[in-house]
Write a protein that binds this ligand. Structure first.
Ligand code: AMP
Length: 226
């Protein structure tokens, strides 16, 4: 009887350990990209990176693990802080696709470290630091928002477009409707700011968003130049 019990306890321990090791502690990712022209219109003193003015393209804001109930984990592992030596082969790609616009000007390290420490550590059961940044870069490349919008004749030149038109153009490319956030420019106009697409827990496949982020766009959105 005693040995039966120990065997049972051993099995239970192995099962618990397995669950702890392989379970993800989140339900999906938001891949969030932002239009620098709109960021700079609200943060009127946005600062270009020390490495130079970013391209007139959407930039990555972050890859954020989320729960289906709308909340999200954050700062999950202080023992695994951002370590640039783990992603040295990605830095040029990060400079080109994940530009910091905060002031004072920086080379990006502070922004990327914030994103890893706050969000990335919460998906470390699935993606290492290198895999995390690579997944965000790959996701941006797979969507190519600017090209997608320009193909639908939606151009960053100060023209206004309907929210539906923008959403549909992105949905046609990604397969699922995106979440869209706007900022209010000093002129009072709503401007296209951030685009959310959802990615499965492997960080590799676009999925239909289990829930959309809060959107505050009117029916008509300006797409400013940068
Ligand atoms: P998060 O904490 O990941 O939700 O990001 C929000 C923070 O990121 C805020 O402090 C923003 O001002 C900052 N932020 C957003 N976009 C950028 C950017 N392109 N460069 C630097 N900081 C940014």
């Amino acid at each position: 009887m005693k040995s039966n019990n120990s065997f049972f306890i051993m099995l239970l321990t192995i099962r618990c350990l397995t669950l702890v090791c392989v379970s993800q502690d989140f339900d999906f990712f938001y891949l969030v990209q932002q239009w620098p022209g709109s960021f700079c219109n609200i943060q009127r003193n946005c600062c270009y990176p020390t490495t130079g003015k970013p391209a007139a393209d959407f930039g990555i804001h972050g890859l954020w693990p989320n729960y289906n109930n709308g909340s999200h984990p954050s700062n999950c592992d202080p023992d695994n802080p951002y370590d640039e030596s783990k992603i040295s082969d990605l830095i040029i790609l990060m400079q080109n696709n994940w530009p910091t616009l905060a002031c004072p000007s920086g080379n990006g390290t502070k922004f990327w470290a914030h994103e890893w420490n706050k969000h990335g550590t919460c998906s470390e059961s699935v993606l290492s630091q290198h895999q995390y940044f690579k997944a965000a870069l790959d996701g941006k490349k797979a969507v190519d928002l600017l090209q997608t919008l320009e193909k639908a004749d939606i151009k960053p030149n100060g023209t206004s477009y309907s929210l539906n038109q923008i959403r549909k153009a992105i949905e046609d490319a990604v397969g699922f409707p995106p979440g869209i956030q706007c900022t209010v420019a000093p002129s009072g106009n709503r401007q296209l700011y951030q685009v959310y697409v959802c990615v499965d827990t492997s960080g590799k496949k676009f999925i239909r968003c289990p829930l959309m982020p809060k959107e505050k766009c009117g029916p008509s959105i300006e797409f400013p130049s940068f």
